[in-house]
Design a protein around this ligand. Sequence first.
Ligand SMILES: *Cc1c(COP(=O)(O)O)cnc(C)c1O
Ligand code: SF4
Length: 369
Amino acid sequence: MSEDWKSILKKSITRPEQILERFKVDIEPIKAVAEKYPMFVSRYYFNLIEEVDDPIWKQCIPSPLELQDPYGYEDPLNEEGDSPVPGLVHRYPDRVLMCVSNSCATYCRFCTRKRKVGKPAINFTDEIYLAQIQYVRENPSIRDVLLSGGDPFMLPDEKIEFLLKKLRAIPHVEILRIGSRVPCTLPQRITPRLCRMLKKYHPLYVNVHFEHPREITDEAERACGLLADAGIPLGNQSVLLRGVNDDPDVMKSLVQKLLKIRVRPYYLFQMDLVKGTYHFRTRVEVGLKILENLIGKTSGLAVPRFVIDAPGGGGKIPLQPEYVLSMDDEKVVLRNYEGNIYVYPQIPRGGEEIPSTPRFHQPYAQLRG
Ligand SMILES: *Cc1c(COP(=O)(O)O)cnc(C)c1O
Ligand code: SF4
């Protein structure tokens, strides 16, 4: 067994001076940024950096561009506005997002909750947890509770179990979910002991958060394997980041590697309009192009859903390249992943009966547009 996660955390990079241990850069601008938006990088994740400004560096080392963002909002999804109890966001009819932790194993420079990262607005006490759980208990429409943060896996095993046990005891809560970047930024945190505890609370789903193929290491594979062996279905949420993964080949490599470590790509997020993250934003066409390069060209299992979390708080809205060219009473005209045109004949409107003129008995050639 490799080094204990708590000792690894103690060696985290929290002061810009520590960057000099490995890289010769001017740290003055980095310091200025870190004062506004704190820096915290696990030793493990720091070691994944190969050179200045590479895709790992960009995700975790403060950039002067963060202070030059002319646009952006502190709370672009208006999560505070949809929060009936501290830390709990109730936006959709049947599920809630429950923030239960302030800390993360590495602070991502592009975080949607950048306003909170390293600057806890809520001090998570048992009283707060109990208020959140009480809200879930009092709302029978909630059948899905998603623990997020910060990172729930930064809590001690006992605290995670306290939450899972109380939520599991609520009859209308059907599924539990945990969102965590720990398998990517501090995989040593995923221990057999943690997994033995988690598996008592099935059905439990875990969504992990990988952005770049270089994050799929042997350690990450071990962490995801332990979770998967505990019977936990794993999904991945990526954010589309300029200069990190905004490239069809990089993304294809990432999603294929994820499947190899037993993680199913779930969401690809268009960047939220977070203050201080303008330099990570891509045009929406970039994401559509990435999907075009996946759909039909690699395993369907590898294709995430590309979404924009609606600014102001409308929830996640899926986007997809256009495969339906036209649709009328008679037929749907489609294109496939290679650009070939196909016709799918419709059954007559309101017609449960088989039509007397057989429109399905056409040679294949005529089905091609
Ligand atoms: C993303 C999110 C969820 C979960 O959404 P799914 O599409 O079911 O994964 C729930 N609540 C909030 C507020 C969210 O942002
Ligand atoms: S781990 Fe998640 S919550 Fe924490 S900084 Fe990264 S994106 Fe934000």
